[in-house]
Design a protein around this ligand. Sequence first.
Ligand code: SAM
Length: 218
Amino acid sequence: MATDKSKVARRYDRWSGLYDFIDTFPGFGRAEKRWRREAIDMLDLQPGDRVLDVGTGTGLIVPWIADKLDSGKVIGTDISEKMLERARERVEKLSLSSKAEFVKDDAEAMMFPDASFDKVIATYTLTTIPDPAAMMKEIHRVLKPGGILVLLDTGPPTETKGNTLYYWMKFTARLFGYTDISRDPYKILAEAPPLTKCEERRYYATTVYLMSLKKAGA
Ligand SMILES: C[S@@+](CC[C@H](N)C(=O)[O-])C[C@H]1O[C@@H](n2cnc3c(N)ncnc32)[C@H](O)[C@@H]1O
């Protein structure tokens, strides 16, 4: 069931003050940080890279990306102005504003020209965005040939050991973030413009996936 975009933005506006608490939550928070770090490693950042963080939220991963960029830029986008405010505060405090920028933008209809990013990352956005197919189309469009996409998200487990955790997560994710973790990433990718999967890792009884994918070309 798709959720209205403005409803999603309002929900995240309301949650913006509490959002980072999840990242420091004992147990899950520590694992979360590790997965995010691994996701950034998968980007294989190179000097001069232009990186897009789609649905950046409070920009949790942006300073880590900026830190690894010798030159180049990371741009975080979101439809929630309040989440973006938090993100801007974060990079300003860390004096990283020259390497990181945030803009309000709809991931289903991006403002960027074709082939404008070397790398794209989306952490927990594919399951939140009302139209994931539109987002995948846009990501493919803005990625340069040979560009890399990294997805970190939650989804149906690939092993039965994850079933109990999955049903609990599915309920809470829907309640708090209009997030639909029943979306099958393989189905979404199969129906999206072609990207070649380079690597996939699973965590949390296989309910969390991390994938890197490459656009054909250069
Ligand atoms: C679960 S949060 C993830 C935030 C961040 N990527 C992270 O890992 O903490 C999902 C984010 O996607 C944003 N979002 C939802 N629909 C969007 C859209 N159409 N365009 C841009 N951002 C969107 C929400 O506002 C929210 O900040």
